[in-house]
Each structure stands twice: as C-alpha cells, then as structure tokens.
Design a binder for this molecule. Structure first.
Ligand code: ADP
Length: 246
C-alpha cells in the first residue's frame, strides 16, 4: 500500500473479548473515538462515504473483522502506551477477560487468562452484585472510610469473604475498596518488582479505585493515559501506518 493512500485517514479497531474500540486518525490527529459491545463492532466501521479508509485491527477478534493489517495486542499495546509515555518500562493491560503484562526492557510477556480474578469480568461481577454500574466502582472506592480486609485473591472466595463482611455490617463502599485491593494484589504478582515506569491500560484502568489500589500495593505511582481503553486501538493504527509507509 502506498503512503499516499494511508496518509490522510486511518482507523484503529480493537475488538476485544468484552468491548470493541475504534479510533480514527486524520492526518496526524485523532479525530474520533468510539466504543461498542464486542459483537456490535460493525457499528464502528466507517460510513459508506468513507469506504476505502484503511483499518488496522487488533484484539482477540482482529482477524474476524475487516482490516488491511492485523496487529497483535502486544505490539498495539506497546505502540499505544509509548505514544503517551515514551519512558514506559512495563505495560499492564487489564482487559475484560485477561491481563497482559509486557516488560519492554526485556521484551518479555506474561498473560493471565486462566482465572477471572484480576480481570474486568470480575469487577463487573462485583458491580452487578451491588446492582451498580462498573463505572461507579471508582467513586464508591473513595467513599470508603474503613476498608474491608479481603485476603483471598481467588474471585469466588473473595466474593464470599466480602459477603461475610457485609453480614457483619461493613458498608458497600468498604467492601468495594477491599475488593479493589484484593484485585490489585492479584495483579501485582505479575508486575516485575524492579519496574519503574509502569503504564496501566485497558478498560479496567478507567476505574480510579483500581489505579489507587494498585499504586498503593506496588508502592509507586502508575502512568495512566487519558482514555486507557483506547490505547491498543491507537497503537494498532500507529504501528500499522508505520509499517505500511516503510
Ligand atoms: P477487552 O479489550 O478485553 O475487551 P477492555 O480493555 O475494553 O477489554 O476492558 C473491559 C473492562 O473495562 C470491563 O470488563 C470493565 O471492567 C472495565 N470498564 C469498562 N468501562 C468502564 C468504566 N466506565 N469504568 C470502569 N471500568 C470500566
């Protein structure tokens, strides 16, 4: 593909297990950002007038959606995270069904997709238990006055431990904050202890309670880009364009 063809407009389409995300670049600028449910990814495709605009896909479903190039999630995460933070050393991408940790210093990669604890699905289950939206968890976290101590990092046991706290009179806010810390301890095992600049991305990084708990468990500030859920879509289009221009 010639660089003139992709010079103006291009789309990054990240179709993950839980959500589909799209970013549109025009020239060098990000002009649009939209998301949909995974199976609603067609809503994110360009309008018929924009037919021909190149799509660079990533995510679990990257090969199932229209694309001129499918980019792995690891490459997309690295390009997207380094776009915001060139000094990034480690990237933790906490998505709906898995957690991916990339150490850019050694080019190594860890994946947890075996267990729901430490994934967005677990937080959705917690929110659902309290009949709240997952987007409210962060606000509730900061309203906790006396956090529940939840020791289990297995999702099923953590949930029953949380119910025990509720029975004993702990508030919803205290239980949610406790769950965030249990979640953070689970994730922290995957993050190299000597890492300095850790970038947190994925939809779960939208939860300020998780950012707070993880940074306190790790004992360091985390780098969180604006709109962390769109970082892989952006990375896919940045990488794809660069490759096509070579
Ligand atoms: P994937 O790429 O695996 O489909 P995402 O990176 O899009 O997943 O993350 C999905 C997760 O993001 C959801 O499971 C949910 O926990 C979390 N999430 C989505 N929206 C919000 C929000 N507004 N506030 C907090 N967390 C959110």
């Amino acid at each position: 593909m010639g660089s003139e063809m992709i010079g103006q407009k291009a789309i990054g389409l990240d179709v993950g297990s839980t959500a589909a995300k799209m970013v549109k670049l025009e020239g060098g600028r990000l002009v649009e950002r939209r998301s949909a449910a995974t199976l609603g990814w067609k809503e994110l495709l360009p309008s018929p007038e924009e037919d021909g605009i190149p799509i660079f896909s990533t995510g679990y479903f990257r090969k199932n959606v229209p694309h001129v190039k499918a980019v792995t999630e690891i490459t997309a995460a690295a390009y997207g995270a380094q776009h915001y933070f060139p000094e990034a050393e480690v990237i933790a991408d906490i998505g709906g069904q898995d957690v991916k940790v990339t150490d850019l210093r050694s080019n190594t990669f860890l994946l947890n997709d075996k267990c729901s604890a430490g994934t967005g699905a677990f937080l959705e289950m917690v929110a659902n238990y309290f009949k709240r939206d997952v987007g409210e968890l962060g606000t509730l976290h900061f309203k906790s006055g006396d956090r529940a101590e939840i020791n289990h990092t297995c999702g099923v046991f953590a949930l029953s431990e949380m119910i025990t706290h509720l029975v004993k009179g702990k508030s919803i806010e205290d239980c949610i904050a406790g769950m965030h810390f249990a979640f953070a301890r689970r994730i922290s095992d995957l993050i190299p202890s000597d890492a300095g600049n850790i970038v947190l991305i994925g939809g779960t990084a939208r939860n300020e309670g998780i950012v707070d708990a993880l940074s306190r468990v790790l004992g360091k500030e985390l780098l969180v880009p604006d709109e962390p859920q769109f970082v892989c879509a952006l990375g896919a289009v940045l990488y794809g364009r660069e490759e096509c221009e070579k």
